[in-house]
Ligand binder design. Sequence first.
Ligand SMILES: [Zn+2]
Length: 94
Amino acid sequence: MITPSADRRLICGRCLGQWTFDAIACPFCENDDRSRITSFATRDGRYRVYACDVCRKYLKAYDARNASRPVMVSVDTIATLPLDAAAMQKGYDG
Ligand SMILES: [Zn+2]
């Protein structure tokens, strides 16, 4: 998720543990070259995808900067299924 202060927090989908992480770097391979991270948002700006062009993995984010409620992992996982499809269509790997 992206916090209202524009920090990035990673949330484990299994245990729901949370920790702060670099706002740009890929959590899988630690690539932090902005030109090799592809990012796109849903039309309403609620969710973003960060896809790494080095390891080809991607990460979804709930953007709390434009949101009226906190992140809800179970709801947001389902709500972002179209983003998974879009990322996979671009050749990224979940
Ligand atoms: Zn990577």
